[in-house]
Design a protein. Sequence first.
Length: 229
Amino acid sequence: MAKKVIKKRKIKWIPFFIVLLVIVGLSFGVYILFRLPIQNLIVEGTTYLNDDFVLELAGVKDYPSFWLSSTREMETALEESPYISSADVKREFFHVLVLNIEENKPLFINNTNQTVVFSDKEEVAVSDEIDLFRIPRLINYVPDNKYDSFVKGMSDIERDILGKISDIEYQPNDYDKDRFLLYMDDGNMVYLTLTKFDMINYYNDVLKQLENKKGILYLDSGNHFQIMG
């Protein structure tokens, strides 16, 4: 009986190493791709919120991995803030991350209890980061029977005008228990009454007629301007 000869198959090392190198190369490429950081961060839709504040909330201030960072987790973290109504985070080409924010509208800082008051009457304790928001301060107490109307009046003020108000003081007199005094950033003062709070929205138009004069604008009654001496 003839003896069966078993031939040993030679391993072709060159093709093996080529395939191995391709696999290693692809794996390394994928690893590098997923580890690439965010190249640019864009915050949209904000008026009061500072970009750094938003990026800190989203957890991307240090430019983490573009692909390994969860946009859903960012949106959840952002929407947990009382200052944000909704958030939409999208990836774009060239490792750009766009954070579109819809803000809650903060109206003023209530100095009597150190809270930020929103248009829905929600109040949040003032934090160390409140300097990121450009809103006026209510510097004194407003009676309970006037407060709700005051918040409603403040919510009717347009955002660009709201940002020009520095302080607000409840200042009733014998004739008007609904009167407030607004201190403007430009040095002017404005008197308003609760039924005419939306009149302050015409402030920019009034300024054009004042020819850079400084004084007191009475919008509570009479609609006249008293020049400061």
